[in-house]
Unconditional design. Structure first.
Length: 358
């Protein structure tokens, strides 16, 4: 698992070269005309597990970028209810293996209603790849650990490229697209910075590994990035976790916290910074829980806002939110790995789980 976490900068650098040319044009290799793209009324992502978390992160970005309705559905539930799909809907099915049964069945259901279906997989021989009208390969190389890591960030980058490709056809400001691509090109180096400091994350993991439960909170798309971190902890360390927007956590949910549990709060610089600090302070002071704050590295002031007892800080590079989510995911992967390792569990082969759910 750790080796695959450390492969991510190389894989993402390779994908960036594949999708984004030096002139900032986008090579997404989806044979749709500009007219067809303009007719797309909505986008639905169907997926399960880590792939569903990736879809949730990407969807929040798509909504702002494309200004069209975007929804994310559990594959198994989409098979039960998909009345919202029309002939002008675009359906993206995500599966690392391309063999996940409920995602394949969801794609089949969608194909009966729209011709616009896309498979995002790491397996060009898979049935999902062959059943869709369009395909994007994530090219993350074979992933051996059952807990997905490198395929998660590769999927997310592929979806970002897809969204920017659509945006370029829908008349979104070219300077805005160019800025986004420029920011994305920086983040493999940012992940390298996090990996260089993984010893600090290991120490934090060893301090909170006896937590009876962990509550993750943040704002916006960062909440969805934390969902992936929570899943990694469930898979590898068997710790009960919950993920909520910090404002919603105050509505009853944080009563679950006490001094045997941990609060993980991603507080990035931005318009909601003060609110996130205030909400996190309140939950920490009321509950006495361990606190882990994921923050921008250059922000030193935040460390003076919290009492030092059982409070830990993890730095990530400063960035736009759509890049920050990658950093949060990698931090959570490392946190889950080191907690599992410190508890003596098999990080590569968690109990009950298999790589492909059929």
């Amino acid at each position: 698992m750790l080796d695959e976490i450390k492969e991510q900068p190389h894989i993402l650098e390779r994908l960036l070269r594949r999708f984004f040319r030096d002139d900032f044009s986008i090579n997404c290799d989806i044979p749709l005309s500009d007219e067809e793209i303009r007719k797309i009324s909505d986008i639905t992502v169907v997926a399960s597990g880590s792939s569903k978390n990736v879809g949730d992160v990407a969807a929040s970005y798509f909504r702002r970028l494309l200004n069209i309705p975007v929804r994310v559905e559990f594959s198994s539930e989409f098979c039960v209810e998909n009345s919202f799909i029309s002939k002008d809907s675009f359906v993206i099915a995500i599966s690392q293996s391309g063999e996940t049964t409920d995602t394949y069945e969801a794609l089949e259901a969608a194909s009966g209603k729209t011709k616009y279906t896309l498979a995002l997989t790491n397996n060009s021989e898979s049935r999902l790849h062959h059943a869709s009208a369009y395909q994007i390969m994530i090219e993350a190389d074979k992933e051996k650990s059952i807990a997905a890591t490198k395929t998660v960030t590769a999927q997310l980058l592929c979806l970002m490229a897809f969204g920017l490709f659509f945006a370029s056809k829908l008349g979104v400001d070219k300077l805005s697209i160019k800025k986004t691509i420029s920011e994305l090109k920086k983040f493999p180096e940012g992940i390298e910075t996090i990996l260089e400091n993984c010893g600090d994350i290991q120490k934090i993991a060893e301090n909170i590994n006896n937590s009876s439960g962990i509550l993750f909170v943040s704002k916006g798309s960062c909440v969805n990035a934390l969902r992936e971190g929570a899943l990694k902890l469930k898979e590898t360390s068997y710790i009960m976790t919950e993920v909520l927007p910090s404002g919603e956590a105050l509505h009853g949910h944080f009563a679950l916290l006490d001094n045997t549990r941990t609060l993980v709060s991603a507080i990035l610089d931005g318009v909601f910074y003060d609110t996130e600090v205030e909400n996190t302070l309140y939950m920490k002071e009321k509950s006495g829980a361990n606190l882990v704050v994921i923050k921008n590295a250059q922000n030193k002031d935040i460390e003076n806002k919290f009492e030092k007892d059982r409070t830990y800080f993890i730095n990530i590079p400063s960035s736009e939110e759509y890049v920050g989510v990658f950093y949060i995911i990698v931090v959570c992967q490392l946190l889950a790995y080191y907690i599992s390792l410190s508890l003596g569990f098999d990080t590569n082969h968690p109990r009950y789980l298999s790589k492909v759910v059929k």
